[in-house]
Design a protein around this ligand. Structure first.
Ligand code: SF4
Length: 455
């Protein structure tokens, strides 16, 4: 029997393993009337493209869209930091009535004069979709005027869900990375290096993975998009393999690159000890094995020996605890279930904003009977199932934090606001330490006491 939920139509998006045989509905638009945890199309596109550090990110719309996503993630840069600005055309009532194209063109001119960028992204927002400004035409004219690349991102907020924003960003990246000359086309797939897709260099995570792969003997050509630059991205098609960490945002682009250029792709995850080791082994094998595989094994043995005793120490303290996971993509949810298993913590509720059918099938195969699995949840559902399932901890993003704290539950930000890396061996230790400090903090005892006094 389906779980009781307050909003009609949501039943098919929620399942309890072992109690229902119906397939979970996912990868669909949100139900009208449910204010789900998803962000809008524009936000999805901005999140993906923003770590291109030397680009102008110009948001064509009212100021709120740009302000809502300003410096949305802690993506670090090793070079330029233009991306940390949030530029907006700040559309007003008059622009909505008479059109905003002139204002957009003037904004591009002003920004080019001030910053001399090689690349400008212009993002469409809800109101621009409504009034019908022609971003393509404005971008083309500006590109000709200034001799730089100006790429429109078709991301009107209402035109689908966050996953559509990922696709809009991938379309922009595909356009940016396309070889522009026959000479460049001849270089497709010719480098020995690989591209790393779907790592946003939060707290420097892409640098950790770059260092691991360098120790194995594998060079990263470009990261899409973490600490990315225009120059790197223009050479992206030279790589011979794409590895994808965040499948939700990047599998579409990897598919397009495989189709257009014959560059194969594979999924990886650097969350937790098991997934990190597995990914290093598979990358080495995909690139020919041999000495690469030997060096991967040496790295895995060396790093595991360093961190396993620390992880085991935390595991002993976390016995019997229960976690809930609600994150953006399915692949991260899968990794987190495995990582919690390494820590001896049971995942009793798991959901995503944009998970795909095959990812939910994997999730279902990993969790125990009785685990609630849900797609595109809203706050009241998260509250209901976290409470019913007795979750001690929620892993989520910036929007889930207040919910957890109001319920008196521990919380871990696995998304926007965190300041320490959670990838690789160092990240696994950081994660274990954070699980321990938030779950076992005495603050929860006092919070419950306060509740009793008020109640
Ligand atoms: S694009 Fe639309 S939904 Fe997204 S922030 Fe702007 S107004 Fe809101």
């Amino acid at each position: 029997m389906a779980q009781a939920v307050a909003i009609d139509g949501r039943q098919d998006f929620i399942t309890t393993k072992g109690r229902q045989i119906s397939r979970l509905k996912c990868d669909d638009d949100s139900i009208a009337g449910a204010v789900s945890q998803r962000a809008c199309v524009y936000c999805g596109a901005r999140v993906v493209l923003n770590p291109i550090t030397d680009a102008i990110h110009l948001v064509h719309g009212p100021i709120g869209c740009a302000s809502y996503t300003w410096d949305i993630r802690g993506s670090l840069t090793s070079g330029e930091d233009l991306y940390r600005n949030s530029f907006s055309t700040d559309l007003k009532e008059r622009d909505i009535i008479f059109g905003g194209e002139k204002k957009l063109a003037a904004a591009i001119d002003e920004l080019v004069a001030k910053y001399s960028p090689k690349l400008v992204f212009i993002y469409s927002t809800c109101i621009v979709g409504v009034i019908g400004d022609d971003l393509e035409a404005v971008a083309k004219a500006a590109a000709n005027r200034h001799g730089i690349e100006v790429i429109p991102v078709q991301s009107s907020g209402f035109a689908g869900n966050k996953a559509a924003g990922y696709r809009a960003a991938c379309d922009a990246l595909f356009r940016l990375t396309a070889p522009a000359t026959p000479a460049e086309a001849a270089l497709v797939g010719k480098d020995r290096s690989i591209n790393y897709l779907g790592d946003f260099n939060l707290a420097g995570e892409a640098w950790i993975i770059r260092d691991y792969l360098a120790q194995v003997g594998v060079d990263i050509n470009a990261v899409f998009t973490g600490d990315s630059s225009y120059g790197e991205l223009k050479k992206a098609t030279r790589a011979r393999l794409n590895i994808i960490q965040c499948a939700g945002s990047m599998v579409y682009l990897a598919g397009r690159m495989e189709e257009a250029y014959g560059i194969p792709y594979m999924h990886v995850s650097f969350l937790g000890l098991a997934d990190t080791a597995d990914s290093l082994r598979r990358i080495a094998a995909a690139l020919g094995g041999g000495s690469l595989s030997e060096r991967a094994e040496e790295l895995i043995a060396r790093e595991t020996a360093k961190v396993q005793p620390v992880i085991d120490g935390y595991r002993a303290k976390l016995a019997g605890k229960k976690a809930a996971v609600y994150v953006g993509g399915g692949f991260k949810a899968i990794s987190l279930i495995k990582q919690f298993r390494e820590l001896g913590v049971e995942v009793v509720m798991v959901g995503t904003q944009t998970g795909r059918k095959e990812e939910y099938e994997t999730i279902d195969s990993l969790v125990a009977d009785g685990t609630v699995i849900l797609d595109d949840a809203n706050p009241s559902e998260l509250e209901k199932f976290m409470t019913e399932q007795g979750a001690d901890l929620l892993v989520g993003g910036v929007k889930e934090r207040p919910l957890a704290y109001k319920l008196g539950r521990a919380f871990i930000d696995h998304n926007h606001d965190r300041k320490h890396p959670l990838s690789g061996y160092a990240g696994a230790v950081n994660f274990a330490a954070e699980v321990y400090t938030t779950l076992c903090s005495p603050v929860w005892r006092h919070a419950k006491m306060g509740g009793d006094l008020d109640g």
